[in-house]
Design a protein around this ligand. Structure first.
Ligand SMILES: [Fe+2]
Length: 379
């Protein structure tokens, strides 16, 4: 545990235990980094997993040109927020057709990257039900076969390119959300090329940027935080709060796109070790019940969650203060003004949620796996 003391010299951070940070992803960042893909695939056979619009945006063609004969096929039927019902037939077909491919190249936003992580592990047969049953029972899925993963994000926000987690939804039968995370689902490499985010429309740019901000702040008010994750989280939160308003009025600005991509990557690095916390825990209900896009669902509660976080642990307050120029008292209001300035309402009522429903949602979220990472959930 790290401790702080306030004396005449100000706040002193004392390391009283070792901190560990682990992330095995080989990260390639920068404009034009996509050109590294052939080198990273090497002599292996690859399959591209992406969203349908990647073809029209010229991205699928770019990957085909870069990989040539090494690209065995393209799976481009990824839909937003992968769902059990849609993924089951895709999964069986994927393993029948591409069982011999060693590598998946996942190109897209969080949904494409999550879909690739769900496709990359298989049991003894090709049934998706075996994976879903394990997730539903809360037991560890033991893959008999696994592919390697190279992630190529086309949004600046998900962080999924440097984490082993994939979100799977069951909207139709159980109305719940599962999280897959296995040693096998860590990406082998991530190519973060900001040029791939240039065509993102305003709404998706905003949602993904706010998702990254949420990852950064959630990594701070987190029981798993340490000085190493804090370094990534503070930098990511500060940069994203500076860059995002500018980017909203200059979507074609390559320098701003690059700064947003780097902030999102840093946020991903932070929460790759801490996981998310209460704002994300609340978001799942807002997405599944109210259809709110993830980036809005996980960010509109950030000021309220911050109010719950402040005062819990002086050490966490000190880290949050680094994001807000030392002014922790005004930080929740600053965050509210930031979100409102981007057109994001910060009250549940703005999303059609009554006070009693929001109270029940927060109580349930505090008790969820991500909610229990929140420092305010600790008795
Ligand atoms: Fe998120």
């Amino acid at each position: 545990m790290d401790r702080i003391a306030c004396g005449r010299g100000g706040i002193v951070l004392t390391m009283t235990a070792r901190s560990r940070f682990h992330n095995p992803v080989d990260v390639h960042f920068g404009a034009g980094a996509l050109a590294r893909l052939p080198e990273l695939v090497g002599n292996r056979r690859a399959v591209l997993v992406t969203m349908p619009e990647a073809r029209a945006l010229g991205m699928t063609g770019q990957i085909e040109a870069l990989l040539g004969q090494r690209l065995a096929g393209v799976v481009d039927q990824v839909s937003p927020n992968p769902d059990v019902r849609e993924l089951a037939p895709m999964y069986g077909d994927f393993w029948r057709r591409y069982g011999q491919c060693e590598v998946i190249v996942a190109l897209g936003g969080g949904s494409a990257l999550d879909t690739a992580k769900l496709l990359m592990v298989a049991g003894a047969d090709d049934r998706f039900a075996a994976l879903v049953d394990a997730l539903d029972a809360g037991v560890t899925f033991r893959p008999a076969r696994a592919k390697r993963l190279i992630t190529v994000p086309t949004t600046a926000g998900t962080g999924s390119e440097v984490t082993p987690w994939a979100t799977l939804w069951d909207r139709h039968v159980k109305r719940k959300k599962y999280s897959l995370h296995l040693p096998e689902t860590w990406p082998e490499a991530a190519i973060v090329d900001p040029r791939l985010t240039r065509s993102l429309p305003r709404a998706v740019t905003l949602q993904s940027g706010l998702d990254a901000l949420s990852h950064a702040l959630e990594a701070i008010w987190n029981i798993n935080a340490n000085p190493i994750s804090d370094t990534f989280a503070v930098s990511a939160a500060r940069d994203m709060m500076r860059v995002l308003p500018q980017l909203m009025t200059s979507l074609d600005d390559e320098a701003l796109r690059s700064q947003a991509a780097l902030a999102a990557l840093q946020a991903g690095m932070a929460f790759s070790n801490t996981k998310t916390a209460l704002a994300h825990s609340i978001s799942y209900d807002m997405t599944i019940r109210h259809g709110l896009p993830h980036g809005i669902a996980c960010s509109f509660t950030l000021p309220a969650v911050m109010r719950l976080a402040i005062g819990r642990q002086a050490e966490r307050d000190a880290v949050l203060a680094r994001v807000f120029d030392g002014d922790i008292a005004s930080a929740p209001d600053m965050l509210t003004a930031f979100l409102n300035g981007l057109g994001v309402a910060t009250e549940f009522s703005a999303y059609g949620v009554t006070e009693s429903e929001s109270s029940a949602m927060i109580a349930a979220a505090l008790d969820g796996p991500r909610g229990r990472n929140f420092i305010g959930a600790v008795a």
